[in-house]
Design a protein around this ligand. Structure first.
Ligand code: PMP
Length: 368
């Protein structure tokens, strides 16, 4: 007898739903999940091995439950790169920023509460909301994928969500917002509820604009979420973090599982942070490659959304999925996020980007 998910006594709101699922296909050029294409440099691999060996000797014990050394180093990184003084007590870390967001929703959302994000945006905001029993309210975005501050503020005032997500740079569009936009939406959210405003800065190291992190000063309801998955080239590590008022850090500890961050994860992240400068060097290269993709796509006759991230949204297509398939037939995997008319390509190595640009130029020729 075949038993499907819906035959199980699962929660009603999960019935008929699909899990997060970027295809993991075996293709020569994979530019679909916004990963960093550069493997960690060998000296860092050595340092990770050393740190993990040391940690292994104490694996009979639980790890540092509060990850103090790691949070201190993350705070130093934030202070150094934003020019805004961040202390250890303002930083919290978890297994990927997805877990950070989940802990925030478990703490500030939950049954009977709602969260809002401005779509199209990172689909996991809605999925994690659902997983935590938080109602999801899609908010508006302009046709050019920028945020319409007035329309967004009106939606906040009307729906009074408990959590508001502002993703900057936004995934999948690549668009970023300025401090005034965040302040306007933060003020609208405080007047409406007050609610927690989460600025998801997963891609901020690739942006032309400065981080919005200094805005947390004096705003205990404003949280900035970050990750080592993109700029640090460590998606496999699973390390995300947030910066906020220390009270927010205390609050998420009400829901975090004890010892959620393994000693191996903490040791690996600490090793990576020792090599920050080298890793940020790759970020500079990727930013240049991102700009080359934008120029190359425009020169080939495609529409491109300005990008502040390590990926580029391009279109427009009558049938985006058919184009996704055609690019795949050229050996290049990009992403169809379900935004009608648009696809997304992640900046890879120069060779990978050449392969992608060759493919999309060839498609234009085939069409004409
Ligand atoms: N936020 C955004 C906007 C993202 O695009 C992603 C990853 N695709 C994440 C958060 C989560 O990343 P991670 O859990 O690897 O930190």
């Amino acid at each position: 007898m075949t038993i499907r998910i819906d035959d199980l006594p699962i929660r009603d709101e999960l019935r008929g739903k699909s899990p997060y699922g970027a295809p993991q296909l075996d293709v020569p050029v994979r530019l679909n999940t916004n990963e960093n294409p550069y493997p960690l440099p060998e000296p860092l691999v050595e340092r990770i091995a050393e740190r993990v060996r040391e940690a292994a000797r104490a694996l009979n014990r639980y790890p540092d439950r509060d990850a103090v050394e790691l949070r201190t180093e993350l705070a130093r990184y934030l202070t150094r790169t934003t020019g805004h003084e961040v202390g250890t007590r303002q930083v919290w870390a978890a297994n990927g920023s997805n877990e950070v967001l989940q802990q925030l929703l478990q703490t500030f959302g939950g049954p009977g509460r709602t969260a809002m994000g401005f779509e199209p945006s990172y689909s996991m905001h809605g999925l994690i909301s659902r997983g935590t029993g938080t109602g999801w309210i899609p908010g508006p975005r302009r046709d050019d994928f920028g945020l319409d501050v007035e329309a967004a503020a009106r939606a906040i005032t009307e729906h009074r969500p408990d959590v508001v997500f502002i993703t900057s740079p936004n995934n999948p569009t690549g668009t970023a917002v300025d401090a005034d936009t965040v302040l306007a939406l933060h003020d609208a959210a405080q007047a409406a509820k007050p609610s927690l405003v989460v600025v998801d800065e997963a891609y901020v190291e690739f942006s032309h604009r400065p981080s919005l992190l200094p805005l947390i000063e004096g705003r205990p309801h404003l949280v900035v979420s970050r990750t080592m998955s993109k700029a640090f080239g460590a998606a496999g590590l699973r390390l995300g973090y947030l910066a906020a008022h220390p009270a927010v850090v205390d609050a998420v500890q009400l829901v975090r599982l004890p010892y959620h961050l393994s000693a191996v994860t903490q040791a690996t992240a600490l090793a990576a942070l020792e090599h920050t400068d080298t890793l940020l060097g790759y970020v500079a290269q990727l930013k240049a490659e991102r700009d080359r993709l934008v120029d190359g796509l425009r020169a080939a006759g495609y529409e491109v959304t300005d990008s502040d991230a390590n990926f580029v949204q391009f279109g427009r297509f009558e049938d985006a999925h058919a184009v996704w398939r055609a690019i795949l037939d050229h050996g290049v995997l990009v992403r169809d996020n379900g935004v009608p008319g648009w696809l997304r390509v992640t900046a890879g190595t120069p060779e990978e980007n050449d392969a992608f640009l060759d493919a999309v130029r060839a498609l234009k020729k085939e069409q004409s």
